[in-house]
Design a protein around this ligand. Structure first.
Ligand code: LHQ
Length: 259
């Protein structure tokens, strides 16, 4: 536990819980540093095969801790983004393990950006996304302007970013911002089931799949086809591919090792 962050590793699944419920898990410097370090540690931990990111209490994350911004020694916003937020977003995208955001309540400002940067988002019926940046005279940050059009299309992204109305769970499902909505009680069990199913997959193939999906946004079809061929060459040479074939032949579940 670092300031405001709980890290629980249970078998192949790491659960990161933003844990400042009294401030709706708003992001302080300590929490941002702790989150970045935890993500980097987990990225290097081969026993962890899937990650869940969630919030304690009634919120997922209310974004930047606004009280901390009032402190005289608060870093300039651009520096805060470069030094503390952007490395978290990069860590989420560069780690091989898929990350599931279990959005249990409001996700506002950079809290919404955190959820957008995850590989999957599932929500409880209480979840809502608020692009709160505009209300305090700021622009969407921490990847929000990049992820949002890719997740929901440019027309809807513009409305969400420029008007800033809260998006409830059902609307988020309709927009494709989340892939499932369940009750509050079902959220963590559902996230865990999903994480376990992912964790049963071949880690190398999953990491390469994540990489290819991300790269697809910045390349054309020809490059993507060549990328897939290269990545398949790597996956195809793995012990896990041989294990997958053997398990198919022997009609049993595969036991992947990440080799
Ligand atoms: C909070 C916060 C909060 C501190 C609720 N901080 N205490 C910004 C600057 C720097 C660098 C880079 O990037 C960014 C990006 C950003 O994230 S900008 C956006 C920052 N976030 C916001 O503007 C959201 C502010 N919060 C709200 O609008 C509301 O609290 C939401 C809509 C999230 C939830 O509303 P309610 O459910 O009505 O809850 P509440 O407002 O009553 O909040 C409960 C408590 O949590 C309250 O404290 P109190 O002591 O009065 O019970 C709030 O002050 C505290 N809290 N958000 N971001």
């Amino acid at each position: 536990m670092t300031d405001g962050l709980r890290v629980d590793i249970d078998g192949p699944v790491a659960t990161l819980t933003l844990d400042r419920p009294e401030a709706l898990n708003a992001l302080t410097v300590a929490l941002k540093v702790g989150l970045r370090e935890a993500l980097e540690r987990i990225a290097a931990d081969r026993t962890v095969r899937a990650v869940i990111l969630t919030g304690a209490g009634r919120a997922f994350c209310a974004g930047q801790d606004l009280a901390e911004r009032e402190q005289p020694d608060a870093a300039p916003l651009d520096e805060e983004l470069r030094e503390r937020y952007n490395p978290i977003i990069r860590a989420l995208r560069s780690m091989g393990q898929p990350v599931i955001a279990a959005v249990n309540g409001v996700a506002a400002g950079a809290g919404a950006s955190l959820a957008f940067a995850c590989d999957l988002r599932i929500a409880s019926a209480d979840a809502r996304f608020v692009l709160a940046f505009g209300k305090i005279g700021l622009v969407p940050d921490s990847g929000a302007t990049w992820f949002l059009p890719r997740l929901v299309g440019s027309t809807r992204a513009a409305e969400l970013a420029l008007v800033g109305d809260p998006v409830g769970a059902d609307q988020a499902l309709r927009l494709g911002l989340v892939s499932r909505v369940v009750t509050a009680e079902e959220l963590m069990p559902e996230a865990r089931t999903l994480a376990d199913r992912i964790a049963a997959g071949a880690p190398l193939a999953l990491a390469l799949t994540k990489l290819a999906l991300d790269r697809s946004w910045s390349i054309g079809l020809e490059e993507a086809l060549e990328d897939e061929a290269k990545l398949q060459g790597i996956a195809g040479a793995s012990t896990d591919h041989a294990e997958g074939l053997a398990a198919f032949r022997q009609k049993r579940p595969p036991q992947f090792t990440g080799e």
